[in-house]
Design a protein around this ligand. Structure first.
Ligand code: PEP
Length: 248
C-alpha cells in the first residue's frame, strides 16, 4: 500500500479573525515543521492573503464555477491562487444544503479550482436519512462520479477527498472509526477499480465533530489519512493536538 502523508485542515467557516490567525500561525508552523503532517487552514476568503503572508498553507472554502465576469459576491479561483491559496474546498455540505449546490455545480467548481492551479478538496457525505435508507454508498458515488464525468478519474490525481457525514458535522455526533473506515475503504476501492495508483495515493480525510479526544482513533484507521476539522480548528490547543495525533 502506498504511504500517504497525513493531512489535517481546519475549516473556519464564517468565523475567525486576523487576531486568531496570528495566534495560530506560529503554532501551525511548529507542528508541521518536521514535514510529517500537512496542515492547512480554510479561512474566510477575506483572510486568504493575510494567512498566506503568514506562511500558513491556506485554502478557500468555496470558489465560483465561473472564471470571471458579472457574478457579484463570488470568489474567484484565480485571485485566490494569486493571493497565495493552495487549496479550495468544493462541495462542503453547508454549500450543498444551505446554498443548494448540486453535484454538477460542485463538479464545475472542482474543474475551475484545478484549472486555476488550486488543489480541490472534494467534500462528500450522506445525510442521516440517506444513511438510514442505506443510500450512503450511492450518494457518495454520485458525488464523486459528477467529477469523474467531467475530468475522468485522472482529474482526481491532484485532489483530496473529505468524507463528511452530514449528520456528524457540527453536531458532536462523530462516526465511529469503524463506520468512517468503511466509507473511506469504499471510496478507495471505487477509485481503485478505475485507477489503482490514483486510489492509493489519494488523501481521504474524515470530517465530522473531530476533536482532540477522538482524532487518534479515527486517524489510526488504514484508509483515513487525516481530518477536516470545523469547530475544533478555532481552538489553538485542540487543533494543534489534533495535528500531532495525525503523526501517528
Ligand atoms: C466541517 O465543517 O467540515 C466540520 C467537519 O465541522 P465540525 O468539525 O465542527 O463537525
Amino acid at each position: 500500500m502506498a504511504s500517504r502523508k497525513p493531512f489535517v485542515a481546519g475549516n473556519w467557516k464564517l468565523n475567525g479573525s486576523v487576531e486568531l490567525l496570528n495566534e495560530m500561525a506560529s503554532s501551525i508552523e511548529a507542528v508541521s515543521n518536521d514535514q510529517s503532517v500537512d496542515v492547512a487552514l480554510f479561512v474566510p476568503a477575506l483572510l486568504v492573503g493575510e494567512s498566506a503572508k503568514l506562511d500558513v498553507v491556506t485554502g478557500v472554502q468555496t470558489v465560483s464555477e465561473f472564471e470571471s465576469g458579472a457574478y457579484t459576491g463570488e470568489i474567484q479561483a484565480s485571485l485566490a491562487k494569486e493571493l497565495g491559496a493552495k487549496y479550495a474546498l468544493v462541495g462542503h455540505s453547508e454549500r450543498r444544503h444551505i446554498f443548494g449546490e448540486s453535484d454538477d455545480v460542485v463538479a464545475q467548481k472542482f474543474v475551475m479550482a484545478q484549472q486555476q492551479g488550486l488543489t480541490p478538496v472534494l467534500c462528500v457525505g450522506e445525510t442521516e436519512q440517506q444513511r438510514e435508507q442505506n443510500e450512503t454508498e450511492s450518494v457518495i458515488s454520485a458525488q464523486i462520479d459528477a467529477v469523474i464525468d467531467k475530468l475522468g478519474v485522472a482529474g482526481l490525481e491532484q485532489s483530496v477527498i473529505a468524507y463528511e457525514p452530514v449528520w456528524a458535522i457540527g453536531t458532536g455526533k462523530t462516526a465511529t472509526p469503524e463506520q468512517a473506515q468503511q466509507v473511506h475503504q469504499f471510496i478507495r476501492a471505487k477509485l481503485a477499480s478505475l485507477d489503482e495508483q490514483i486510489a492509493q495515493r489519494l488523501q481521504i480525510l474524515y470530517g465530522g465533530s473531530v476533536n482532540e479526544k477522538n482524532s487518534s482513533e479515527l486517524f489510526a484507521q488504514p484508509d483515513i489519512d487525516g481530518g477536516l476539522i470545523g469547530g475544533a480548528s478555532l481552538k489553538k490547543d485542540a487543533f494543534i493536538s489534533i495535528c500531532e495525533s495525525a503523526k501517528g
